[in-house]
Design a protein around this ligand. Sequence first.
Ligand code: ZN
Ligand code: ZN
Ligand code: ZN
Length: 305
Amino acid sequence: MEIEKRKKILLDYIIANDIKVISPIVENGRIIYPILKSSGLTDNDTEVLEKLKDEGLLYSETILKAVGCPLCKSLNILVVYKCPYCNSMNIKIKQIFKHDQCGFTGMDDLFESKKCPLCLRDLDKNELRSIGQTYKCMDCHQTFISPSIFFQCINCGNIFTVSNSETIPLYQYKIVEEKIEELKLKIKPIILIKELALKNGFQIKENEILKGNSGILHKFSLVLFKNNQVKIAIDVIDKLTLEYLMSSYVKKMDLPNVEIVIITNQEIKDPNFYNIIKTYNINLFYFKDLDILLKNIEKLINEVN
Ligand SMILES: [Zn+2]
Ligand SMILES: [Zn+2]
Ligand SMILES: [Zn+2]
């Protein structure tokens, strides 16, 4: 599917569901965005997220950097601790205790007998103080503060160290409220009109081109069909000019059996506009009052039904 189409699907979903944040999760070592899947796109389609970011509708934040496989970029990574002396994985964490009464300090196994190895007093657990921990290799018996850390990629089997690991950022996307609000004004009515049309048994097509009686092609934002017959054709525009109105008149003449609807935000003060709209039998509705807009569309739907 082309990027513009995917962009529209996601935007519609964001607006219809009032999404504010698009967060990633890691599944089988891949970064995915469940919201993308819910919207009907593929769950790792970051191209569409980046596109909306480039257009200023989303911004991204790095929520964490995860260790990734330098070969296959998978995040499905096992952390492996090894003995720095002999590379054995057979290592254990040991607690270090201090015998308060004599000051003897040693690993937990030195205190396993009933007597302190230094002062030979009977050991009371309350007199032993934990002062930290260390690692012990059960094969070469060396002790060490920190083990060697290796990573193993579950996906491709690659074994790598901290120094040649790759950190892969996980981005969370957030909406730019004012930009989305602006869009919402235009998109939400269309979403609601689509719902209304479907509920009333219409088929809908967006950005549809209709062929008029003259053979001229006319483009509309949203077209409502019933039994393969075009009933209502809707245009969504920012600025309503006289030229635009004239072109709508041409559309109306060329598609006589179709109700032509213009939805705009711009309020018309010029009475000449009203005369033209009335004379040409064009329906002019406004975005700003959603209830009135939907009532008008519903009325029209009932008329053509
Ligand atoms: Zn060892
Ligand atoms: Zn002691
Ligand atoms: Zn890998």
